[in-house]
Design a protein around this ligand. Structure first.
Ligand code: FAD
Ligand code: NAD
Length: 553
């Protein structure tokens, strides 16, 4: 299969290669990006056909709904059936709460229909294609592959079928557990009162003891960028894989930019790099994921204007210097993917009816996800979770926040430790992280007056990685040498997205390095990369075990 190229454009860099500058096409790809992304299953996609043991006693109400406890129609109403809403709903019925979820579009929201799920299906294909095309890699394993190709529609169908399957799993799991799925757009019309129905004509009203807003986000498109859905498009369009352009510019080098650069470079096209990542990992990611691939990148620039292809003319991308705002270059490409972040979807929610003012569209919340009003007071019985509150735009974070809220309304206080929530970028190889980056840890240490130590291990020394001929990668631990507290862990390498959970669980449970270093790992497994990492750490005052205690061989 012929390989194509991409250009990545980022506020921190822009790539050209595959991009045409003037009339000349260059050999690489083009990507446009400003900065900081998944295609696995949904978080807390717990599907149980078993009905909950405890359901509140229900009684008939005047509007035809069945009343939950205390005269409300429901104990909990959730607006938005994305992964956040779904996670909250399942936990709520488990807790015996009479629960309804209102959805204005399709169940599953962004993650299932336009995000994690279809993108990971595409990445599963791109990973295999990349491997099959890597002659050197194949040869070193003793394999001979004469040719490898793909059928674009077949790949697109794989992503679409997976999304449909997970969507129906999500719907069935909620129905089986007794969650009422109400169709329509929800608007808060007063305290503990929601109306839903067609946009602008919400004709049905229900009351709820507690309300959770879980309305998610949509692609953010900067001013000056014209989307036509064919030559200039967002991830919503790109995931349908209606075409694989020869030369594509990816504007934004965050999660979406990086993951799509992996898809496009493997399927024939190209992408730029990640300001939100630990700088050392970002540098290595550039060396492994960008430099050897057909990707040109431009950093320190913004795409100020993008015009779709028209009348035989290519897509035009005007780049300005991120600092001086002076015009730098005009790129010509076949297509542009706009991956410049996401904006909360909170329009039409009726927040003005309850004195809540959004901040750049996000719903303000405290650490318990309780909505704050314009005067800084908690709005009783109203919560907001997931992308709509902007704390951490990740599927599993949305779901975890939902579960945390249900804990609270079930009478158990709960604060979610966001620093223990892992993130992963599903490139080949993968990148994952939890906690602080090294600069963030050093800044905190300076402020609070403690020391920070960093240790690293390499995939090159790991038997399993070498057996797979996948020795590229490192793991990095940032910790306090005085207490052994784990501040951050960053991994780039084979199955990094799965490996990170040992570290995130340790942070969540407060496990220190002087304790976790004695945990035993099966041999030969990739998990030994982390085993080595924890063993490499030196703690001055082992609080639990003695640091001098010999480590079992
Ligand atoms: C391309 C892409 C790939 C991604 N990959 C990953 C990944 O690999 N891992 C990861 O953790 N995250 C990933 N994400 C991010 C993840 O998809 C989001 O963080 C997650 O979907 C947020 O969940 P949510 O429940 O807050 O909102 P959403 O999933 O956006 O769901 C909100 C739902 O609310 C509905 N709604 C909105 N307003 C109303 C209303 N007024 N009334 C009724 N219904 C309403 C919407 O129709 C939607 O169904 C990805 C995102 C994208 C775009
Ligand atoms: N694997 C995952 O977990 C996964 C995958 C995809 C998306 N997501 C989530 O979806 C969200 C959106 O992802 P994303 O990659 O679009 O956003 P992002 O915030 O991660 O990155 C957007 C980048 O675009 C840059 N940018 C903005 N305007 C620009 C311009 N005019 N020109 C050039 N660069 C510009 C920004 O500086 C930034 O670097 C993220 O918050 C992420 O958490 C997660």
């Amino acid at each position: 299969m012929q390989s194509t190229a991409a250009v990545s454009i980022s506020a921190s860099s822009v790539a050209t290669g595959g991009a045409r500058s003037g009339a000349v096409r260059r050999a690489g790809g083009v990507r446009v990006s400003g900065l900081r992304g998944e295609a696995s299953a949904c978080p807390s996609l717990r599907i149980s056909p078993v009905a909950p043991a405890r359901l509140p006693v229900a009684k008939a109400s005047t509007n035809g709904a069945v009343a939950g406890s205390g005269g409300f129609d429901y104990d909990l109403v959730i607006i938005g059936a994305g992964v956040g809403g779904h996670g909250a709903a399942l936990h709520a019925v488990e807790e015996g709460l009479k629960t309804a979820i209102i959805e204005g579009d399709v169940v599953g929201g962004t993650c299932v229909n336009r995000g994690c799920v279809p993108s990971k299906a595409l990445l599963a294909v791109s990973g295999r294609m990349r491997e099959l095309h890597d002659e050197h890699h194949m040869k070193s394993l003793g394999l001979q592959v004469s040719s490898a190709g793909y059928d674009r529609q077949g790949v697109a169908d794989h992503a679409n079928n997976l999304a449909s399957k997970i969507r129906s799993n999500l719907t069935n799991s909620m129905k089986a557990l007794g969650v009422d799925i109400l169709t329509g757009v929800g608007t808060i019309v007063g305290k503990q009162k929601v109306r839903y129905g067609k946009v602008g004509f919400p004709d049905k009203e229900i009351t709820a003891r507690n309300i959770i807003i879980a309305t998610g986000s949509v692609p953010f498109v900067p001013k000056g960028i014209e989307i036509d859905g064919k030559t200039v498009f967002t991830s919503d369009h790109a995931l349908k894989l209606e075409s694989v352009p020869d030369w594509i510019a990816i504007v934004g080098s965050g999660y979406i930019g990086l993951e799509f650069s992996d898809v496009y470079t493997a399927l024939g096209t190209l992408d730029q790099l990640m300001p939100g990542f630990d700088p050392e990992i970002a540098k290595l990611a550039q060396r492994v994921l960008i430099n050897p691939r057909k990707i040109d990148y431009h950093t320190g620039v913004f795409a100020s204007k993008i015009t779709p292809a028209k009348d035989g003319k290519p897509v035009l991308i005007e780049l300005i210097d991120a600092k001086t705002k002076e015009h730098k270059e005009t790129l010509e490409v076949d297509a542009a993917l706009i991956a410049t972040g996401r904006a909360p979807f909170t329009k039409g929610l009726g927040l003005e009816n309850i004195n809540v003012t959004t901040q750049r569209g996000f719903v303000p919340v405290d650490e318990r996800m309780r909505v704050m009003d314009a005067d800084g007071n908690v709005v009783p019985n109203l919560y907001c979770i997931g992308d709509a509150n902007g704390k951490l735009m990740l599927a599993h974070a949305a779901s975890a926040q939902g579960i945390s809220v249900v804990e609270q309304i079930s009478g158990r206080d709960h604060i979610l430790n966001h620093l223990s929530i892992p993130a992963a970028c599903f490139t080949h190889p993968e990148i994952s992280m939890v906690g602080l980056t090294e600069p963030q840890a050093r800044e905190k240490a300076d402020k609070e007056g403690f020391k920070v130590t960093v240790v690293k291990t390499s995939f090159k020394a790991n038997t399993k990685a070498l057996a797979e001929n996948e020795g590229d990668g490192i793991a990095k631990l940032i910790y306090r040498p005085d207490t052994g507290e784990i501040l951050g862990v960053h991994i780039l390498g084979l199955h990094a997205a799965d490996l990170i959970h040992e570290a995130s669980n340790a942070i969540a449970l407060g496990t220190r390095v002087q304790d976790i270093k004695f945990a035993v790992h099966a041999h030969p497994t990739l998990s030994e990369v982390l085993d080595e990492l924890f063993k490499a750490a030196k703690v001055s005052s082992g609080l639990s075990h003695s640091v001098n205690e010999p480590v079992a061989a």
